[in-house]
Each structure stands twice: as C-alpha cells, then as structure tokens.
Design a protein. Structure first.
Length: 151
C-alpha cells in the first residue's frame, strides 16, 4: 500500500544554509515542519551571555548541547547543561537559557509547526539586535508568550 502522505528524504548541509539571527543567536534551520510533517530541527550557536527572554509556546522543545555549556531555567528547574546533556521542555512551560561558555552549540528539536516560521520572522523583521517591543510583537504573532519583559 502506498502512503498518500509520502514525504521526500531530507539531506541538508548546514554550511549552505543562511542562519537566522535571533536575540544574538545564530539559528540554522535544518528541517522545518513543511518538510518533515511533524517536527523541526535547528542548530543554535551563540557566545557567552546570549539567550532569549523567558517565554513559552505551544510546541514541545528539546535541546542537546553539542559543545560548551548552557544555563537552562525550565519552570522551577535551573541547571547548567554541558556538552552531551539533554533538556526536554514540554509545551506551555516557561523557560529560558543563556550560553555559559565562551562559545556553545546546541541542537534544538521542536514538535509540530511554528518555531522555524517564528525564527525567520524575528530575523527578517527585527535584525540581530532587536528592539524588544518589536520583537515581543513578532513573537506574539507566532504564539510565543514572553513571561516577563526586561526593564
């Protein structure tokens, strides 16, 4: 029996993909929901001190720290995760992270649809160093709620 939802095999070379600039991170989208039908995959690169504001969204998110160290806060759990560490963030959980080593690289995977489109919109509409009010407006349009706004 032929599967009517058959999808193409995806083979990407991250060196040929233009990364999105999102709150100081370079996010390379390796596969998005329209390609996989179920999940999205990214590589995050950033220097020490960079990270998104506390936020939540309607998709699960998982992070595998490839190299370096990253400080994660997920709900009421705070932990520094080093290379080889894994974090799962259920949908709707307020979370944030900050790169805790001079450089770090993280593989991110999200369930469902939304993150790739949001990363692309923040990059296109806000640039590398976004105005926070503009960035929050873009995030809201993509079902991302910022938990607390910086002063």
């Amino acid at each position: 029996m032929v599967n009517p939802m058959k999808r193409n095999v995806i083979i990407t070379n991250s060196s040929q993909i233009t990364p999105r600039q999102v709150f100081g991170e370079k996010i390379t989208i390796l596969a998005n929901h329209s390609e996989t039908g179920s999940y999205e995959v990214y590589v995050h690169d950033a220097p020490e001190g960079v990270g998104p504001p506390p936020h939540s969204h309607p998709w699960d998110e998982a992070f595998y720290v490839v190299n370096g160290a990253v400080d994660f806060v997920c709900g009421d759990v705070a932990k520094t995760v080093e290379a080889g560490g894994f974090v799962h963030v259920p949908a709707g959980t307020i979370h944030t992270f900050q790169y805790a080593s001079p450089t770090a690289q993280v593989l991110g995977i999200t369930s469902g649809n939304g993150a790739a489109t949001m990363f692309t919109a923040v990059d296109r509409e806000c640039g590398a160093t976004p105005n926070i009010d503009q960035a929050i407006a873009v995030l809201k349009r993509h079902d991302v709620e910022v938990a607390m706004q910086p002063a």
